[in-house]
Ligand binder design. Structure first.
Ligand code: AMP
Length: 501
């Protein structure tokens, strides 16, 4: 089962339907999308790249992103999408770890990527010059890897989740059962990075012949989104909760009602009750929540539109505080530290098993041993399940900070700070931010006689990692709170932060 066969099928069924759109301009119909992706696949094969080989995609959101992604699958290769907001050094590390010999890039992003060939597929000339492909998508077994999804562990080093063609098939099919239906008149709108959730939703929209609409801004611009929705009249999209917050604030300030938005699927971080209430007030019943992680992409639980919107239900407050019930292709259970299921209502680690669960990480047996046990994925999330099967997420055991929809791993920021000669110790935590969900706060113990400032630490961080990861606040302290074993008490620091106005 090769997910690119869905594009062959869509091109036969709806050859003239709009497929790739840049704003409201149609750049390719389904016949054209398929022809270009298949030709790119043949081009890769001609360069010796085939089944099992990796190809990196370090591109901003644009229609050619999907040609590159499906082009990899036409070659039978494994796509390695990388968040375009990452620093070139971070992207290079991922490319190197995946062993990709080639990287598709958009102009400007190739700078600083060494050791691999960078190819820009966005210029009209490049795709137009490709020889047409003969034949369709090559047949692959369902356990063939389609996508290496780089996430991070608490160690700060990214890990490549192996997402197979079978997992993509399962998560796409359950989308239409648990999340939303898809029609040829709809368009998937790519406001969030295509290297993550929003790109993972592209196959199901290909399967149903819907259009793929990339904003001209290349990202999330509330004014552009509301205008495009009004013009297109049926947009669906994935959003981080902080994006929903910003969209609601913008619509309120400018009298927008979200006409033309069909569905907003939100997830990837906690949605605050006040935010979803405000969003429902402005936009109406357009919201579906999902809970997932790279290791079981978008497919652990879902809270359907009807439940999110039913404010008359006496249980609504509890329902909306949950992430919903298990999706159709998985079993979810809550376990204690020994891996034994706990009674309903009790807290424990959320575990999941089923077709969309990863077989493991890319070349990382230690992480696999920690994360997958007897086919069960240990999510690292702490939560409980009520009598009706609704799962409440309590905490992220992994300490991840989610700021503006981006995951930031404290250890990585701490390591960057610690390379500064004036920093003796560092501890990074998140603090609640109305605007971004969470902000990064760094507690820094200066080295003796060192003179540190926010400006010079910011500069130091930005030379080493993506801009969005740098701390928003610095607290210069004489020592960090530690336990008897010398371990920093992060919980105490977080509590301290929650008390600071
Ligand atoms: P990632 O692998 O980058 O998609 O991050 C996955 C993590 O984001 C999960 O393990 C959760 O901690 C968190 N997450 C995902 N969806 C939700 C949600 N709906 N509500 C709260 N946290 C979520």
């Amino acid at each position: 089962m090769n997910i690119a066969s869905w594009l062959d099928r869509a091109a036969l069924r709806w050859p003239g339907r709009p497929a790739l759109m840049h704003g409201m301009a149609v750049e390719a119909d389904y016949a054209g999308f398929r022809a270009r992706a298949a030709a790119l696949g043949s081009w890769l094969r001609g360069r010796g790249i085939g089944p099992g080989d990796r190809v990196a995609i370090f591109m901003r959101n644009c229609p050619e992103y999907l040609i590159a992604l499906f082009g990899c699958w036409y070659a039978g290769a494994i796509a390695v999408p990388i968040n375009a907001k990452l620093h070139a050094r971070e992207a290079s590390w991922i490319i190197d770890n995946s062993g990709a010999p080639l990287c598709f890039t958009t102009p400007g992003l190739e700078a600083g990527i060494d050791g691999v060939e960078c190819v820009d597929p966005t210029g009209a000339a490049f795709l137009a010059a490709l020889a047409p492909a003969r034949g369709g998508a090559p047949s692959l077994p369902p356990d063939a890897i389609a996508w290496l999804f780089y996430t991070s562990g608490t160690t700060g080093r990214p890990k490549g989740v192996c997402i197979t063609h079978g997992m993509l098939t399962a998560m796409s099919l359950t989308y239409t059962v648990d999340v939303d239906s898809v029609h040829t008149d709809d368009a998937a709108y790519y406001a969030a990075p295509m290297s993550h959730g929003s790109g993972l939703y592209s196959p199901v929209h290909v399967l149903h012949g819907a259009a793929h609409l990339c904003p001209v801004s290349g990202g999330f611009d509330p004014a552009e989104l509301l205008e495009t929705a009004a013009a297109h009249r049926s947009l669906s999209m994935f959003m981080a909760p902080t994006m929903v917050h910003r969209l609601t604030a913008y619509a309120r300030a400018h009298g927008g009602t979200g006409a033309g938005i069909r569905t907003i699927v939100y997830g990837g971080g906690p949605m605050y009750r006040a935010d979803i209430e405000a969003a429902l007030d402005v936009f109406g019943p357009k919201f579906v929540q999902i809970y997932g992680q790279g290791e079981c992409p978008m497919a652990i639980t879902a809270l359907p539109r009807g439940v999110v919107a039913d404010r008359g239900d006496p249980d609504w407050a509890r329902r909306i505080a949950s992430v919903g019930q298990p999706q159709s292709a998985v079993e979810v259970r809550i376990c204690d530290e020994e891996g034994r299921p706990v009674p309903r209502g009790e807290m424990g680690e959320i575990m999941v098993r089923g077709l969309p669960v990863m077989p493991g990480y890319w070349q990382n047996p230690e992480a696999n041993a920690r994360t997958v046990r007897d086919g069960w994925l240990l999510t690292g999330d702490i939560g409980s399940m009520d009598a009706q099967g609704y799962v409440a997420l309590k905490d992220r055991s992994k300490d991840v900070i989610i700021s503006g929809g981006n995951n930031i791993y404290p250890r990585e920021v701490e390591e960057a700070l610690l390379t500064h000669p004036g920093v003796a110790e560092a501890c990074v935590v998140g603090r609640v931010s109305q605007l971004r969900g969470e902000d990064v706060v760094a507690y820094v113990v200066p080295a003796p006689d060192a003179v540190l400032s926010k400006a010079n630490l910011n500069r130091h961080c930005m030379e080493r990692m993506a801009r969005f990861k740098r701390p928003k606040h610095y607290r210069f302290v004489q020592c960090l709170p530690k336990n008897a074993y010398g371990k920093v008490l992060k919980m105490e620091i977080r509590q301290r932060e929650s008390g600071i106005e």
